[in-house]
Design a protein. Structure first.
Length: 228
């Protein structure tokens, strides 16, 4: 009795497979097909659902006249292309990754700028999302400008230059009331955006519009006032 039933089932299965325009159920790796009925006729659509981190090329597949599904059901792993970061790079697990490299779902990359550049945002990491995007503003590396003048503060200074990392320049000072006696007005821009003296200046104070200049004209001597 068992053999007869098994034979009948095998015959029915073979008959179904050879009937034109009928599609039998199929499995979907990393996902599910919402087949409902066991058999589908030509033109019927079946919805594809993928597991988290996987995606379909289309949301449905259609039963064809030859008994196949088109497009073939498939769930592929979600990937995100590493963005371009001019004057910088991204790292993944502390390793540098080139722009355009495909990384998998929920991978986390960190943006880093080259020396003399800084990120234009507080975002310090990007995560590959299920839709194949990074889901946030893509950082940009901008040239660093020295705007921290605490290291060169001086009552004599009247103007601070806007320097880029590694640049040098002479600062202006109030020569009407101060006299540069030592060092120089040259400063340089550090990577931490601080201005720094190259040779720290020393100033004297000019108390009036005139300074005393001693000119020895005779054995007694003579003192003259000269304007500066």
């Amino acid at each position: 009795m068992f053999t007869t039933n098994l034979s009948v089932c095998m015959v029915l299965h073979q008959t179904v497979k050879t009937v034109p325009g009928v599609c039998s159920p199929t499995t979907l790796a990393n996902g599910q097909l919402e087949t409902g009925d066991l058999l589908h006729k030509k033109g019927e659509n079946v919805r594809e659902t993928c597991n988290e981190g996987y995606a379909t090329k289309g949301n449905t597949t259609t039963c064809q006249a030859d008994g196949t599904w088109d497009p073939p059901p498939s769930c592929t792993q979600v990937t995100c292309p590493v963005p371009d970061l001019t004057d910088g790079h991204y790292t993944l697990n502390k390793n540098v990754v080139s722009n355009g490299t495909m990384v998998t779902y929920i991978s986390v990359i960190q943006p880093e700028c080259n020396s003399g550049y800084e990120l234009n945002t507080n975002i310090r990491h990007l995560t590959c999302l299920g839709d194949g995007t990074w889901g946030s503003i893509i950082p940009v590396c901008n040239e660093s400008r020295c705007n921290d003048t605490r290291g060169v503060k001086n009552v004599a200074v009247i103007k601070f230059p806007a320097l880029r990392f590694g640049e040098e320049a002479n600062m202006a000072y109030n020569s009407e009331h101060f006299l540069l006696t030592e060092g120089s007005m040259a400063v340089t821009c550090l990577q931490n955006r601080h201005l720094k003296w190259i040779h720290s200046p020393v100033f004297g104070t000019i108390l009036s519009r005139y300074i005393l200049a001693i000119t020895i004209r005779s054995a007694v001597g003579d003192m003259q006032l000269k304007p500066i």
